[in-house]
Design a binder for this molecule. Structure first.
Ligand SMILES: C[S@@+](CC[C@H](N)C(=O)[O-])C[C@H]1O[C@@H](n2cnc3c(N)ncnc32)[C@H](O)[C@@H]1O
Length: 280
């Protein structure tokens, strides 16, 4: 799948952040996002909406988004770089309301669309609070210049945090590994990397949830779908280790979103940090 084909999912999730009532999400709603959201609901997601343990797409996304917010809260970063930020409301919130330097990166057409939305829809007072804090840059995270760019962008920060939400699962494993290695090296042992990853273990109800997620992604990307999930959580831990991180662990859903802690989901938000001495 070429990377630009992942972009429609950003419209879907932007509508989801709005449905869930997250701050500033209303500025990033698009007609496309609304249409995709309701087509998936009509196509069968309602089965999960009425099922107590299989998460609906909205519950799954809420858990993911809240786990990442929780990780940011705990880490109290002085600079954040968000990979594949799409039309997420997080950068605007953390820059305008929390006073944190925030750099959102995405592919050129998405960056352009987002800057236009901010200029046209976000109230002047909010824009002015975010002005010196929020930046958008067109950077391909799978490209050869990503690591050097990231290292430079994180320069001078003492508690940097790199976020990736709903992005890595679309990449081939080798690409996922290159991105994690670049992040580990650029962080250089400071701060942490927070991202969501899916694994296959967890029994039948998790498998049912994984199938539902895949069908949603399939619909939104018009049949191009997501890449393979990791075989297990141990495989995810070893993915971080091979990238050069010393520690990795999933964010505890009980703390981040107690009302969703019982959901059976194949995806977890992970936090990785430290830098192994012999990072290749
Ligand atoms: C599923 S969307 C997620 C958007 C946002 N993170 C969220 O959760 O709402 C994936 C985003 O990754 C971006 N993307 C895909 N490939 C990329 C690449 N190689 N470099 C940078 N961004 C990329 C897409 O354009 C899209 O905005």
């Amino acid at each position: 799948m070429s990377h630009s084909e992942i972009a429609p999912t950003a419209h879907y999730t932007a509508y989801a952040w709005h449905r869930l009532g997250f701050p500033h999400a209303e500025h990033f709603v698009t007609a496309k996002g609304r249409r995709l959201f309701w087509s998936f609901r009509a196509a069968g997601e309602w089965l999960a909406v009425v099922h107590p343990t299989v998460p609906s797409m909205l519950q799954y996304l809420e858990l993911r988004h809240r786990c990442i917010e929780h990780a940011l809260d705990q880490a109290n970063p002085d600079r954040v770089v968000e990979i594949g930020a799409g039309l997420s409301r997080r950068g605007l919130t953390w820059a305008a309301d929390r006073g944190v330097d925030y750099v959102e990166i995405d592919l050129p057409h998405m960056v352009e669309a987002k800057q236009k939305m901010i200029a046209e829809r976000v109230p002047a007072a909010v824009r002015s609070r975010a002005r010196d804090r929020l930046r958008h840059e067109a950077v391909d995270v799978t490209g050869p210049n990503f690591e050097a760019w990231l290292e430079k962008t994180l320069g001078g920060a003492s508690r940097p945090l790199v976020v990736s939400e709903g992005v890595l699962g679309y990449f081939e494993l080798a690409e996922r590994e290159r991105v994690a290695r670049a992040v580990a090296r650029a962080l250089g042992g400071r701060g942490s990397f927070v991202c969501d990853l899916r694994s296959k273990e967890g029994g039948r109800s998790v498998a049912a949830a994984a199938k539902l997620l895949r069908s949603g992604i399939w619909l939104v990307t018009r049949g191009r779908g997501a890449r393979e999930d990791f075989p297990s959580r141990a495989a995810i831990a070893s993915y971080f280790e091979q990238a050069g991180f010393v520690r990795s662990a999933p964010i505890a859903a009980e703390q981040a979103a107690p009302h969703l802690a019982k959901l059976r989901t194949p995806a977890r938000v992970w936090q990785a940090n430290g830098l192994a001495a012999a990072t290749p």
